[in-house]
Design a protein around this ligand. Structure first.
Ligand code: CDP
Ligand code: CDP
Length: 221
């Protein structure tokens, strides 16, 4: 079984996807981490974030890979041999990832890798184009949304736990700007698949969202 979870920035996709995978005993793949790793690759090699050929060439030399985290820990993300688990979450990367993810050839390479990860497994995969492009045959498709204000509050709280304090208004502006770029790019923009079920999580707890998706999956099984 394949479960596709898409939606705008900070709607809760990775948190919920990880939990759903744990409850159902499925593997989990955070595709956003792959676009973030490609952005780190550009930064580390002093490439322009729009340099499609340059980033693609480096990507063939330094493959992106994952190691599942111990229970309760984040999965580790590697660029070649380098552990970039933390490097992919900096504000510099967050604010530039949409430029890299708009590059057609980078998407093509990462989508091929994502399909390979999914093949032969029961999987929960989260991103922006999973239900529309990566796994269009997924049996369960969910589109998670929440108000921009609530999503900024969640990111604010999450940042605080890491000792970072960014003004709430700035976080909301950045989230809205990234959603705009992700929804307006030419190649597989962020959009709800026709057969996806939309869940507005603004007033829901993580447990409530997880329970809804697990229920959808069990009904399909
Ligand atoms: O967790 P957060 O909402 O901050 O974003 P993410 O899921 O880590 O994704 C980071 C960025 O990667 C997004 O803003 C998109 O530009 C891109 N992305 C994409 O284009 N397609 C995907 N399937 C997943 C992420
Ligand atoms: O992957 P995405 O960017 O969509 O969101 P996330 O990184 O999974 O979640 C952003 C923050 O919202 C995390 O700190 C979650 O704990 C929190 N949160 C949530 O995911 N769902 C709720 N219903 C409430 C809070």
């Amino acid at each position: 079984m394949q479960i596709a979870i898409d939606g705008p920035a900070s709607a809760g996709k990775s948190t919920v996807a990880k939990r759903v995978a744990q409850e159902l005993g499925f593997i989990y793949c955070d595709t956003g981490a792959m676009y973030r790793a490609a952005t780190v690759l550009a930064a580390e090699n002093q490439l322009d974030y729009g340099d499609e050929a340059g980033i693609l060439a480096k990507l063939t030399q330094q493959e992106i890979s994952f190691k599942p985290g111990a229970p309760g820990h984040e999965q580790q993300v590697f660029l070649g041999q380098e552990d970039v688990t933390f490097a992919i979450r900096t504000p510099e990367i967050t604010n530039n990832v949409s430029q890299v993810s708009a590059l057609a050839q980078i998407r093509q390479a990462l989508v091929a890798q994502q399909r390979q990860i999914a093949s032969g497994h029961s999987i929960v995969m989260d991103g922006r184009d999973i239900g529309t492009t990566v796994l269009p045959q997924a049996q369960v498709k969910v589109f998670l949304v929440a108000s921009a204000a609530e999503r900024a509050r969640r990111r604010y709280a999450e940042n605080l736990t890491k000792g970072i304090e960014t003004p709430l208004a700035q976080l909301e502006d950045e989230i809205v700007a990234r959603d705009y770029k992700d929804s307006h790019r030419k190649v597989s923009p962020l959009t709800k698949a026709a057969d996806a079920i939309e869940i507005d999580t603004t007033a829901l707890t993580i447990d409530e969202v997880v329970a809804k998706i697990v229920d959808l999956a069990q009904k399909k099984q």
